[in-house]
Design a protein around this ligand. Sequence first.
Ligand code: ANZ
Ligand code: ZN
Length: 884
Amino acid sequence: MDEKYFAKKVEAKWQKKWAESGAFAVTDDTSRPKFYQLEMLPYPSGNLHMGHVRNYSVGDALAWFKRLKGFNVLHPIGWDSFGQPAEDAAVKRGVNPRDWTEDNIVAMRGQLKRLGLSYDWTREIAAHRPEYYKWDQWFFLKMFERGLAYKKKTQVNWCENDQATLSNEQASGGLCWRCGNPVTKKELEQWFLKTTAYADQLLDDLKIIESGWPVHVIKRQRDWIGRSEGALLDFKIVGSDQSVRIFTTRIDTIYGASSIVLAPEHPIVLANRRKFAPEVVEKIDHIIVEKAKPVEHDAEIEKDGVDTGLRATNPFSGEDLPVWVGNYVMMDYGTGAVMSVPAHDERDFEFAKRFGLPVRQVISEPHMVHEHNSVHALALEAPLTEYGVLVHSDVWSGKASEDAKREMTAFAQKQGFGEAATTYRLRDWGISRQRFWGSPIPIVYCDGCGTVPVPIDKLPVELPENAPITGTGESPLAKVEEFVQTTCPQCSAPASRETDTMDTFVDSSWYFFRYLDPKNSEEAFGPEKAAYWTPVDQYIGGDDHAVMHLIYARFWTKVMRDLGLVAFGEPFDRLLTQGMVVGETFYDDSTGKRKYFPPNQVEVERDAKGRIISAKGVDGSDLKFAIERMSKSKGNGVDPDEMVDIYGADASRMFVLFAAPVDNELVWQEAGIEGAVRFLQRVWRLVYKWREVLVPILSQERKDPATSIAGSAAAKKLLQKTHQTIKRVDEALTTLQFNTPIAALMEFTNAIYESQLEPASSNDAEKAAMSEAISCLVRMLTPFAPHTAEELYSFITGSDSGMIADGARFPEFNSDLAAADEIEIAVQVNGKLRSRVFAAPSASNEEIERLALADMKISENIAGKHILKVIVVPGRLVNVVVRG
Ligand code: ANZ
Ligand code: ZN
């Protein structure tokens, strides 16, 4: 054993050993309990960033922990390797997207390996390879067969900047998920997957996973699906046989409706266009144009609209209402038509104020009913959107909203002018992309036969070697003659292929199943493998995927269940979302624009806690500072390679885990990682110091240390701390905490040093206790610093053959050894016995004083009095002297 800890040497040695022995390559051993540990797979951009390092360090800690707990752990990795950056590189630098991608994978694989992550590399997958995307196509065809994949012409979300189509999820909040630019609309023929067919299940099944997922992710999924229960009601257009169907969640407010408002694209608008006055037509067109314009994130759009001149009859009151077109009514929600009730709806209220439409209150707070019934409708300052009691509503007056909703819906149904209905915010998933670097959609268009699926035995439809990529929005594949021209699978006539490719989110919707059986050329995966390994036990990733990827993957799994491939509908039992990695930035904004300075060009003054007091540039100018998301352009990026090179993989990973609770932001500070190095050195020195004692004891048949400690207080105390630590580390990791177990190990290491035992002067009991303590420490270190743990373990067990990775176990907790024997301490106030507290024999005077003052009886006793002094007689009593 080296006297000093050389991270590089140790890490290289164990990475080689693990690789040679296939330590993390698992088999489908159904006799053993399994654990499927999954982290979101990276996009091969060419460089790992610290977000990856955090994600994968957390995942690896859990994988190791579960291995130590005796599970057969599947811990795979792969590449989400289709997508736009490869095409951008092609446009900018003329490289082939395939070469660019493969090169990046090589580079990043190397980075992951240098971090020593315990992946089963035999299962590595990459989405851009035909043996993978063949199965994207297979799933697509299965969905096509079942009517779950269909084509329609629609307005799609379009990003001008990326020249790309976006799904609703990717355009959430009106901004492109990739570049953050405002989203516009464009009319295109698109393939859709019918996610809405699973809307209810996607919502209801949240109950199954709720306990294992972050609350905020569950909420975002629920809001995204957006189920609303309400009613559809028909309003007859006066003087015609047409009627407008509206969707409302508040039928109880119908007597307060003052107009019908239609989306500008509504069929009734189109059908009556010729009847409208020219200014009306002009206004409607203006609204349509305005709606297609990009909107700033969260910007309040001013309500706009126009009275069409049509009138429609309220089926409950018989009143004729004006029919308007309004910019706030969406064609793709509900029916694209609403009954506008200004008194009880925010948007309708604003609309009515703008255009002077009547505001009639028909719902009242229970205690105001009497007043509202006698005095007619009060002028409202703001809409009353809560449920209440109906007023001015004919025979329905006096009913509570909840009852009225139910009864009025039933009435409408009976009368034949309405029905109960549920709508969803969720839309079908548009997957067509006018891109080269994606999985081709396996469809052929034939003049005679129409839209024809490629037969399954003809898959994969392979991407050509290359295509003219311009980055300007048309499908590159359309310009590759050999690709486009084909024959119809049904009639053999000349035909052409679909030239759009699939959204890359298709690839990541099911990749975790492919890891189970990555080389299977007959099936996406063997169902018996899925029966053993899936669902995924623990998934870890960033919460930027809370709605996109996690909705798609849940949808895909439900489809797979309906195809008979798996027996469950929820792919991820537990989900953990790690916080962002952020770093200090230094900048000058005196010119109006922020100019960032790299930290090596800044002089920083800090307080004792490491917080920045001031920062100056090299020229002595004052700089401002902030904490921001890591990025190269802000000069606060940290290169994982450099970090590993300087400090080692173990220290780097350990720091990342230790620096903050896993779901919080992690503020990068170089000083912190040095602390991790010092800790590993401390553990190393401990083992080195005891090397001659440990090796013979641990390599013999282990004696139960509990039987041999009698007679040594030091040994007893050491074992007590050992087992208290085992409990803490075990519980912390079980509850997905990664910083607290490291703190516990640091404290434990300190306690071992503080025992002041020395190899030369220790008796057998003390040697046994020390051996036990160190053996436990080393094994518990594995999830955080696996290389160092392996090296120390191989040393203390006296053999290089039995690695921790071969099946070493997490230390067994012994509650008898952990139990603290406490002593009773009497607490007096002014010399009179008032209470008793319990403390560890080792408790300091300050701790005892704190315990005494925190005691309920004592604090009651001295409430309002002034403490003059507190006398502590160690191990026996406390006397609190008070006045007043
Ligand atoms: C009358 C009413 C009165 C409404 C009232 C609300 C409050 P959620 O819950 O989000 O589903 N609505 C229906 N279709 C719409 C569309 N295409 N564009 C814009 N708004 C639309 O919202 C359902 C409510 O949103 C519906 O109930 C309708 O307004 C409006 F005091 O009808 B309500
Ligand atoms: Zn044909």
